[in-house]
Design a protein around this ligand. Sequence first.
Ligand SMILES: Nc1ncnc2c1ncn2[C@@H]1O[C@H](COP(=O)(O)OP(=O)(O)OP(=O)(O)O)[C@@H](O)[C@H]1O
Length: 345
Amino acid sequence: MSLDAHLVVERGGFRLDLRLHVAAGEVVALLGPNGAGKTTALRALSGLLALDGGHVRLDGEPVHRLPPERRPVGVVFQDYLLFPHLSALENVAFGPRSRGTPRRRAREDAAVLLRRVGLGEHVGARPRELSGGQAQRVALARALAVEPRLLLLDEPLAALDAHTRLEIRSALRRHLADFGGVTILVTHDPLDAMVLADRLVVVEKGRLVQEGPPAEVARHPRTDYVARLVGLNLYRGLARGRTVALNGGEVRLDTTEALDGEVFVAFAPSAVTLYRDRPEGGPRNRWRAPVETVERHGDRIRVGLGGPVPVAADVTPGAVAELGLVEGAEVWVAVETGESHAYPA
Ligand SMILES: Nc1ncnc2c1ncn2[C@@H]1O[C@H](COP(=O)(O)OP(=O)(O)OP(=O)(O)O)[C@@H](O)[C@H]1O
């Protein structure tokens, strides 16, 4: 079971042009900023939007001319779209019923699926009687009930509170591991993507800008969006040996990799140290910058700095007081050489 798709869709001034090749059992997360075309891609795959060009093939068989209800595709929508007047069991049995499965068989299969997602006790419940996490699992069971070859998940955990999200994320991971077809997941949450996906596909302005295993993408972001997503500072600069000139040479960074030419340099906000006074040592990897933002980030404080090379730094709450980190204050920025790495642009 594999997916081979070339999705070309025009919507007003927007054009999606995206190629996707996904192997059986593989989970691909589609990521991208707002308006990048992720939902458009899912809708085109499910058949809710017609293609203006390209194709969708499952196991080599073209399905893009089939109406949505005849495609071997299961969808979990962001808000689940469960039928409010039907029980959990009837919601799950609905798809197979409308595809011609006899009522009794459809209900038996639905009961098995609901047990599998841990809802054996709730088969008779209406959606309003279910918690967010339970409704999410009904939606997943409903998508799996049509025995899809392609499973599409649109922000499947977005409607859940943080605690439930954690629990459902691990449950979803187990269900996806058992699913033999192709899964495509749209999410804004980097953690969902990192935990659930085998491969990330990043889309910006309707085009693929980067793809790869989550760890690889996280280590080597190629766009500002990806860098922000994985919480790294990212720059383009000119490398000569182990030194990279940023912003035309005003700021120089030493890196562990020796390279020549255009490179990306990435480092985590935790690799940045702030000082009130000029730190000792040579001229590299330190510069003066104004504080622009100060925000809580987990148990650290993330400080946004302007100046020649805008940078995010993570410091302790104590450092904020000690260094007087308020908007407009000027500090010295130093980047730990061993923690910044460079790779060809
Ligand atoms: N019904 C529509 N008619 C015309 N253009 C649309 C329509 N829906 C979306 N678009 C345009 O298509 C583009 C892609 O939208 P899409 O919803 O696919 O993005 P997305 O990546 O899913 O964004 P988000 O993360 O905000 O959900 C946007 O630029 C949007 O303006």
